[in-house]
Design a protein around this ligand. Structure first.
Ligand code: 1HE
Length: 266
């Protein structure tokens, strides 16, 4: 099994703190974190390795003023790819983003500046999106003569509905601020998105890893199933998760009356 230390990374920084919170930082700020194939391969490696490495939560962020400008348009232009070649590129994007969404490690994205095109496809594979005051979302594929190839037709349509997605792609409409929250592009809008993401990460890291695994893989898998199969799968997953030792301990606390109560603070 590959260890985090074995990963060879050039475009992404990876650190893990003592609490098992991984920091995955896109690090091509000069290119506005445009996603070239090398970066996609690094994402595949990272999100293949993290679930097996004991990491409890990952925070995905970016260096520079923008989260990601999407597909590396210059690389795509220079490579002069055939249809078959670009299809293979897209399959690597899907590999990376599916590892994120289905890997079972919570991924919290800290978003700033442009979250556009493939950058939005990347962000939408995270489980929680935290935006800041300057964050904006767009799908400029239509304007570039392109089409989404990194899962937007699945994930962005799922977040905001197909009518809004089609509008973004046809008209170039951008979303930001509270409107972005309201339509479902992000769950949080914060003055300090880094601080909020860390707070969420620390809270999630307190959950037993098997519970987080179920939350961050089973729900996505079940969305792909018929209701009948999803109900069956839910019962199977709950059978395992709800009888784990970590659950028994927490239930004992509750039965003794020593567990924290679930109610709003203040
Ligand atoms: C890039 C890219 C890129 C910047 N590929 N190199 N995505 C887009 O259509 C968005 C394209 N980018 C932009 O609109 C702007 O760059 C931004 C609004 C994101 C940022 O603007 P700004 O003024 O801060 O930066 P800049 O001067 O435009 O760019 C700085 C450098 O980054 C410059 O390179 P340089 O060598 O001339 O310094 C840019 O060329 C480079 N850069 N964005 C390559 N995207 C699986 S299919 C997915 C399909 C899509 O993602 S379509 C959406 C593509």
């Amino acid at each position: 099994m590959r260890d985090i230390g074995d990963l060879r990374l050039s475009n992404i920084l990876l650190e893990v703190d003592d609490d098992g919170i991984a920091s995955v930082t896109l690090n091509r700020p000069d290119k506005r974190n445009a996603l070239d194939l090398a970066t996609i391969e690094e994402l595949v490696d990272i999100f293949t390795t993290l679930p097996r490495s004991g990491v409890r939560v990952a925070i995905l962020r970016a260096n520079g003023p923008h989260f990601s400008a999407g597909l590396d348009l210059v690389e795509h232009h220079r490579q002069n790819r055939s249809a078959a070649e670009f299809m293979q590129v897209c399959l690597r994007w899907h590999e990376a983003f599916n590892k994120m969404e289905y890997g079972g490690v919570p991924v919290i994205a800290v978003l700033k500046g442009a979250v556009v095109g493939g950058g939005l496809e990347l962000a939408s594979a995270a489980h929680i999106r935290v935006a800041g005051p300057d964050t904006y979302f767009g799908l400029p594929e239509g304007q570039r003569g392109l089409f989404t190839g990194g899962g937007a037709t699945i994930r962005v349509a799922d977040l905001i509905g197909k009518a809004r997605m089609i509008d973004m792609m046809l008209s170039g409409r951008l979303y930001r601020g509270q409107e972005a929250v309201d339509v479902g592009l992000c769950q949080y809008l914060e003055e300090d998105p880094e601080a909020r993401a860390l707070q969420i990460a620390r809270a999630a890291a307190q959950n037993p890893p098997l519970s987080n695994f179920a939350i961050c893989s089973a729900i996505s898998h079940m969305q792909n199933m018929s209701a009948l199969d999803a109900a069956y799968a839910e019962a199977v997953v709950a059978g395992m998760v709800n009888t784990q030792d970590a659950a028994r301990e927490r239930l004992a606390d509750f039965a003794r009356g020593t567990a924290a109560k679930i109610r709003p603070k203040g």
